[in-house]
Design a protein around this ligand. Structure first.
Ligand code: AMP
Length: 299
């Protein structure tokens, strides 16, 4: 099978109670692709500026991530700065500089157009729509977004949500999108927007999963020391979609397994700053935590 992801490739400055890191590798696309690379060979659609360090490109290549759809443009790379307090579920965005993103109009390489699994990571919804339209016959399309786009481009976002199968959304975004204060009502409203599955992320508390006539709860793997929560959502999605792409089909039992892999990968990424943990993680460690997680959810 083949998995394509479009999203931000960023330089992040991150403040957490454990310290500060400046201009480190980040972006929704990067976290997603690194997590998915444990299962498959993801293809990236994105843009960076000339300031993007070569060593970061090498890291992605080493993980067998396909960079044919990555454009290096004149200008500066997308920059995001965020701050967390003691509660890792809350963060403040201090600064966003769109830079090369403001001029990005992706044209997919021919081989990308045959992709079966598509992840539209957090990025301008017009770009998400543009990329989706270039894929001929996707089997499964998932999307993630954030409050920034709900506030600034709601119509575009709703247009693309109509065309997808799975929506990843957090509690605040779900409430903003549906204007519902109750999370169950919000989830049920989201299903009406088009997707057949809503994965409503609740940070350290796991996720609520909504199907048309069915809701189930899914815990997060417990982590005692969260160093840096950045990218947990994208890493979760990367583990989830990467596993499904490897299997090449989608059914409820595989979705449950994919959720566990997503949760396991997310529990690793927050143990260090930026993508550091994903770069040293082994399949053995993932398998071990997968087994621990299964014990955790069997009563
Ligand atoms: P997450 O913690 O999973 O929401 O993802 C964090 C990543 O999203 C960071 O590495 C940022 O570079 C990236 N990011 C933050 N804001 C935006 C935005 N408005 N558009 C695209 N990517 C963003």
């Amino acid at each position: 099978m083949s998995l394509v992801v479009v999203g931000s490739i960023a330089l992040d400055t991150i403040h957490t109670p454990h310290g500060k890191r400046e201009k480190v590798l980040g972006g929704s696309c990067v976290y997603f692709a690194l997590a998915a690379s444990f299962f498959t060979k993801p293809k990236i659609v994105g843009i960076v500026g000339e300031d993007f360090p070569n060593q970061y490109l090498e890291l992605l290549k080493e993980r067998k991530i396909d960079l044919e759809g990555l454009k290096i443009a004149s200008g500066k790379t997308f920059f995001w700065e965020g701050k967390y307090d003691e509660n890792p579920d809350f963060r403040e965005t201090i600064k966003i500089e769109l830079n090369v993103f403001s001029q990005f109009s992706p044209v997919l390489p021919e081989k990308y157009k045959e992709s079966d699994f598509v992840f539209l990571a957090n990025i301008d919804p017009d770009l998400q729509f543009n990329v989706l339209n270039q894929i001929r016959k996707p089997k499964l399309v998932a999307l993630d977004s954030m409050n920034w786009w709900i506030e600034h481009k709601l119509d575009s976002l709703l247009k693309v949500i109509k065309k997808i199968d799975i929506l990843f959304v957090n509690e605040e975004e779900a409430k903003m999108l549906t204007q519902r204060a109750n999370i169950i009502k919000a989830g049920k409203e989201l299903i009406k927007l088009g997707p057949s599955l809503i994965i409503l992320k609740k940070g350290t508390h796991g996720a609520l999963i909504f199907e048309k006539d069915h809701i189930f709860v899914f815990p997060a793997h417990p982590v005692e020391d969260v160093m840096d929560p950045t990218g947990a959502g994208d890493t979760f999605a990367g583990g989830f979609m990467g596993f499904l792409d490897k299997k090449g089909k989608v059914n409820l039992s595989l979705i449950c397994k994919a959720l566990i892999y997503g949760s396991v990968l997310a529990s690793f990424v927050v143990e260090d700053f930026s993508v550091n943990k994903l770069l040293i993680l082994t399949h053995k460690e993932i398998k071990k935590r997968f087994k621990e997680f299964k014990k955790l959810i069997s009563y």
